[in-house]
Design a protein around this ligand. Structure first.
Ligand code: NAG
Ligand code: NAG
Ligand code: NAG
Length: 413
């Protein structure tokens, strides 16, 4: 009997195995340069916004003193364009000394002293996407060792300038090389995005065992159209993607653009709600030094973060579509749920939507559920599974509900 249950346990853990570095049992949260700052290396014209240690340190100061870190936003990642165009005499990658005069190790120390973690960027290929030195099969080991010697905490490994067969060798090899350094380094793989993001070309079982997170689809841009195209792709392909996610291994629909130029207030809520349902990494790319109070309040919404960080680690799904409305649900621990009703319509008038929890497959609790509006921060009432309720959703906006058993008193945060 013992042997049988042990066997079942082993089979289960094999099915759900994730990269065994102990990191990101809930989706990582933080900030990254790419979407907002791109490959801006012009520190003469743009001293505040160029890729360099000044930008990273000033963001780190904000992260540490404006409430972000306490909520879990701890990774600060430098994306492409940090290095010189050539390796040093020992064959190692080196930061541009004009923009990173103190070096990467000192920058990591600066972040660590503030309770933050530093991410860096590399590329499996001859060059990075921005044309800086890439990592080829024969430089994987030295690059992993260099990053570890700088005490970096995360590596985003892009995939420009290599073919599929080199990627198939390089991504697992970098995973092993990072492990061999002995330093736990969150490993973010862009590999699937280069292979169309879907099986059979992408093997999500394999990815989950070598990477902590991965980009599945196109880069986000600063527009609602970009957010919508990502949401639609994740919905259409959810049956292939949803089982890939779990503690230690996350699908990454790309950065949060709340606080930038392209999204309205309602659209920002929509991105955040769907990213929370998707158990997506919450990696902002914005300017924390000048961000509006409205954007900050959205990004710092505790219940939104609670939903995103749920320890079950189960990615949610789109469960219904009717006209411009979509309903998304995510199962959380302790018979709690998140429900998002998204209105993709643009015809001005907010839409009323009537539903009940049974229709959304939320039925276990005989005493019903309490409904809480996450963004309005408002208790809406207690309903039985079959009891209809109405939500009203602004154009291109969302209503995100936190649903919990009526027997529990309050929402958790
Ligand atoms: C992929 O690129 C490598 C060079 O990095 C080359 O040796 C190999 O032949 C290429 N493979 C294919 C299938 O094109
Ligand atoms: C390396 O991998 C082993 C085996 O999977 C694991 O136990 C260990 O924690 C890993 N170490 C690091 C630093 O990732
Ligand atoms: C996917 O990778 C896993 C783990 O490496 C392997 O066992 C499995 O056979 C692969 N699946 C396919 C369809 O290649």
């Amino acid at each position: 009997m013992h042997l049988v249950s042990l066997g079942i346990l082993l089979a289960l853990s094999a099915l759900c195995s994730s990269l065994d570095n102990g990191l990101v049992r809930t989706p990582p949260m933080g900030w990254m340069t790419w979407e907002r700052y791109r490959c801006n290396i012009d520190c003469k014209t743009d001293p505040e916004d160029c890729i360099g240690e000044h930008l990273i340190k000033s963001i780190a100061d904000k992260m540490a003193d404006s409430g972000w870190r306490e909520l879990g936003y701890v990774y600060i990642s430098i994306d492409d364009c940090w290095s010189l165009k050539h390796r040093d005499s020992n064959g190692r990658l080196q930061p541009d000394p004009d923009r990173f005069p103190s070096g990467i190790k000192a920058l990591a120390d600066y972040l660590h002293a503030r309770g933050l973690k530093l991410g860096i960027y590399g590329d499996m290929g001859t060059y990075t996407c921005g044309g800086y030195p890439g990592t080829t099969l024969d430089t994987i080991k030295i690059d992993a060792e260099t990053f570890a010697s700088w005490e970096v905490d995360m590596l985003k490994f892009d995939g420009c300038y290599s073919n599929s067969s080199d990627k198939a060798l390089g991504y697992p090899k970098m995973s092993a090389a990072l492990n061999a350094t002995g330093r736990p380094i969150l490993y973010s793989c862009s590999w699937p995005a280069y292979e169309g993001g879907l099986p059979p070309k992408v093997n999500y079982t394999l990815l989950g065992s070598i990477c902590n997170m991965w980009r599945n689809f196109d880069d986000i841009e600063d527009s609602w159209a970009s957010v919508l195209s990502i949401i639609e792709w994740f919905a259409v392909n959810q049956d292939a993607l949803q089982p890939a996610a779990g503690p230690g291994r996350w699908n990454d629909p790309d950065m949060l653009i709340t606080g930038d130029f392209g999204l309205s207030y309602e659209q920002s809520k929509s991105q955040l709600a769907i990213w929370a349902i998707l158990a997506a990494p919450l990696i902002m790319s914005n300017d924390l030094r000048t961000i509006s109070q409205d954007a900050k309040n959205l990004l710092q919404n505790r219940l939104l973060i609670y939903i995103n960080q749920d320890s079950l680690g189960k990615q949610g799904k789109r469960v219904a579509k009717a006209g411009s409305l979509e309903v998304w649900t995510r199962e959380l621990v302790n018979e709690q749920y998140a429900v998002a009703v998204l209105n993709k319509g643009t015809d001005g008038l907010p839409k009323h939507f009537t539903t009940n929890l049974a229709l959304l497959n939320i039925t276990e609790c005989t005493f019903g559920y309490k409904l809480y509006d996450v963004f309005d921060e408002e208790f809406l009432g207690t309903v039985k599974s079959e009891e209809p309720f109405v939500v009203t959703i602004a154009p291109t906006g969302v209503v995100l509900l936190f649903v919990h058993p009526a027997s529990t008193k309050h929402h958790p945060v």
